[in-house]
Design a binder for this molecule. Structure first.
Ligand SMILES: Cc1ncc(C[n+]2csc(CCOP(=O)(O)OP(=O)(O)O)c2C)c(N)n1
Length: 355
């Protein structure tokens, strides 16, 4: 694995200042969005499960910086940051977390099912590994139709122990699908470490018996992630060569907002946060190379805090989905014996205490 600082320093010489500032701003947006999301969850503004991207900001921003508008992405349930970095504004994302009609999935999906067809953001899947075969299918469709672009199958380290992952690797290589298996290796699948859950802890090697190329990269280095994805996506698009990218980062908190993280030694977590904070480390690098100054960092933080607050205000002020609409969009065609608008109206009457 390349050393973060050496790689970043060498790369900085060739970078555009505006790009660097943009990456930093995006990473800070993800950080502040997730911190406020955690706060909103504790205040019960957000229901259901809620998984945060804290510590994974460079992984996400680096990936998205390398993709083109033609590309598609399928993710797991830990996806707030991905849809933001793909360019969907924070307001409709926060509104979706709040379950509001103005959300990206009209409040029906919630935290684990964010979606934007316009941005080629295909969700948000709660079943571990569920997104992986779908991503390969989409990549096959791109190839079959002769369209440009690649598909990213984002997943966690634990997902590489699921059967569907291996079936997907096999078909991806066999059918020359332009797909990138993007493993966010934050060291844990819930409370199970990589070493405890995987007989092959070097996750990038898991494509070997399918003849799929794999690499490991430092996921706390935004430029290293971007460059690796650019290289592998170009190859996938031009040659139909799938690849595995094992992107190592540090999970700042428990598995989800309600996980007390008791299985990790507090000292390990403290030291990991101190050493592997991608946002703070990138700020230090930009300061050190006089690319930004303290005043710019302060103004950026204030702008982003305002932006996230506006997203919260928008979500708060947005309407709930209506009862009448409760069963809309469940099936594409009529299905016998499923609930319909009449049942929704009945539920609404009960809710109002009318019968
Ligand atoms: C098929 C299936 N099995 C179990 C679960 C419960 N579950 C939810 S998240 C998770 C851990 C997945 O870990 P990883 O793939 O490393 O992703 P991360 O949460 O770290 O992003 C498990 C076992 C599930 N949602 N689906």
């Amino acid at each position: 694995m390349a050393k973060v600082e050496d790689a970043a320093r060498a790369a900085l010489e060739r970078e555009h200042v505006d790009d660097l500032k943009h990456y930093y701003s995006q990473m800070l947006l993800l950080r502040r969005f997730e911190e406020r999301t955690s706060e909103m969850y504790v205040k019960a503004r957000i229901g259901g499960y809620c998984h945060l991207n804290l510590g994974e900001e460079a992984t996400i921003v680096g990936l998205m910086a390398a993709l083109t508008p033609d590309d598609y992405i399928f993710t797991n349930y830990r996806e707030h940051g991905y849809i933001l970095a793909r360019g969907v504004p924070p307001g409709p994302v926060m509104a979706e977390l709040f379950g509001k009609e103005t959300g990206v999935a009209r409040g029906r999906g919630g935290s684990m099912h964010l979606f934007s067809r316009e941005h080629h953001f295909m969700g948000g899947y709660a079943i571990v590994g569920g997104q992986v075969p779908l991503a390969v299918g989409a990549a096959y469709a791109l190839r079959y139709q002769g369209r440009p672009g690649v598909v990213v199958a984002q997943m966690g380290d634990g997902t590489t122990n699921i059967g569907a992952f291996y079936e997907s690797l096999n078909l991806a290589k066999l059918w020359q699908c332009p797909v990138l298996f993007f493993i966010v290796n934050n060291g844990y699948g819930m409370g199970t470490s990589v070493a405890m859950g995987s007989s092959e802890p070097d996750l990038w090697k898991k494509g070997a018996s399918f003849r799929i190329h794999g690499e490991q990269i430092d996921g706390t280095d935004v430029l290293a992630v971007r460059d690796a994805v650019r290289r592998l996506r170009a190859r996938a698009e031009a040659e139909g060569e799938p690849a595995i990218l094992d992107v190592v980062s540090f999970r700042f908190r428990g598995h989800s907002v309600i996980d007390a993280d008791r299985y990790r030694d507090p000292e390990f977590v403290r030291a990991g946060r101190a050493a592997h904070d991608p946002v703070r480390n990138f700020a230090a690098l930009l300061l050190e190379h006089a690319i930004v100054d303290e005043a710019w960092l302060k103004a950026t933080a204030e702008r982003i805090d305002r932006e996230v607050q506006e997203a919260i205000d928008f979500a708060n002020a947005s309407p709930d989905p209506s009862f009448e609409d409760l069963y809309a969009n469940m099936y594409a065609t009529p299905v016998p014996n499923t609930p319909g608008p009449e049942d929704a109206l009945h539920a609404a009457r009960i809710n109002r205490g009318e019968s």
